[in-house]
Write a protein that binds this ligand. Sequence first.
Ligand code: F6P
Length: 359
Amino acid sequence: MIKRIGILTSGGDCAGLNAVLRAVVLHATSNKGWEVLGLRQGTAGLMARPVEAELLDPYAMSSVLLRQGGTVLGTTNRGDPFAFPMADGHLLDRSEEVIDGYRQLGLDALIGIGGDGSFRILRRLAQQGGLNLVGIPKTIDNDLGLTEISIGHDTAVWIATEALDRLQPTAASHDRVMVLEVMGRDAGHIALSAGIAGGADAILIPEIPYSMERVAQKIDDIKRQGRNFALVIVAEAVTTEHGEPVTVTHVGGKATYGGIGHYVSDRLATLTGAETRVTVLGHLQRGAPPDPRDRVIAQAFGVHAVDLIDAGKFDRMVAWQNRRVIDVPILEAIERYQAVDPDGTLVQTARGLGISFGD
Ligand code: F6P
């Protein structure tokens, strides 16, 4: 019999996390009569002593949370408990401390809101410690398998589209080629959707190898047809023409993608003679208030996750398929990585519109 559940957000934040939290608390407390504990900073809260968790009051779940970006629980995309970086630099397996934290709180089940990296860790913890885990998919990258949409992606696409909307008038005013670099980790979903929605002339994604000469040809064609500006959107994981990824190494040693937009911009300026400028959208894609679709899906996911726990169905991830919420094995969702399908509908749509992939 379920009495108390925990919920945590893990990995990079995105829009819609607080909307999930609110839905879980409202359904679990009002309709099931359970207690919900919010765990701080992903698994770090369960590792801390005393454990960092707070009882979530349904009366505090105002609709402000629906609108609020980020996660009020805090999150982290570092500190794998199976290889936790200690102060002196060595890695320590602290997984048993996390499992013990779950037990100390007297949890009957745990809802983890995460992407593939977080689910790998949470699932391993669940298997090792016999924890009752249910997953809710979130990632702006939309690269988790078996779900058509993960929370946060739609808002990120909206922000990237809005960026193109804002770049177009200034591009037209100055006769420029504007290059917009967007996130997405190894998948090009954000670039592809925003490129179509925002009227890009070229979309570069890691799933479709490109030649810079082809992209330059597209810019030249546009000029010849009498248009004085062009918009190019590039996914952060696109490599240079020589196949090298462009990354930034942050203080502390973590490397993330970043910088391919500058490379594309410089090469296009050289090849076409056009004046180019680059915008790197970065974390603006993550910190926004969720758009209506993300709010709706977040709440549908939250309610279904509670129902799964009530039905005693664990090691499952809620998912969106064919206009409904379903649930799938977490392992399958992780293993079926969802990159852009180069033969899929959206790529065909873009090609039909004359958008260049540089191939
Ligand atoms: O996975 C989400 C994501 O925003 C990626 O699109 C991006 O590459 C990465 O996280 C950035 O990570 P960080 O927040 O550590 O800069």
